[in-house]
Design a protein. Sequence first.
Length: 203
Amino acid sequence: MTVVARRTQQQRREATVGKLLSATIDCLVDHGYRETSIGRICVRAQVSHGGLFRHFASRTALLGAATDEILRRHIENLRELLKSPQDTDDYIENLVNFCRAATRDRTSAAWREIIVASRTDEELRTAIEPAVRGFEDAVMTVAEKLPQVDMDSREFGTLILSFLHMFDSEASTVVVFETLDIEAYRHKWCVELLKSAFEKKSS
């Protein structure tokens, strides 16, 4: 008979927190910020109210952690993309594609729910600020560790952030209507901007 090793307390804690964060993100996507209640999150995560509050002091604290998790996933995906060997043209094309795809990802819809709500909620702004700052810092750190990028790392990081902001706005309106030719122009503009920056640095 196979004996299944019992999970440690730390493993159980991480599993519960993971379920709560995933449930929070899913609720934000499916129901919006206002309807993402503690009760709804607990039902989705199959965790009791007491179990939730053992890990998070409040709904706001949980939303702050969910924001951090969303941005952590994006950074991990960006690292995976940029560390793979590619020629410059493929590198630029794939980076622009990543920025658009990341902002249209399901988790980014949850991110936008939180960001919009934070405009009028000071407590929420305070809770998510470390995650947002950390994300920008992480993008800059990724840029600094890319020896194949022949341009100033701060400039490269700023370009990535700017593309993400632009495509994030696009993702907000595309659910209402799409303008495919404008989307194509945006992609072309981003590619040309990156190529120009590379050439300027190399010259």
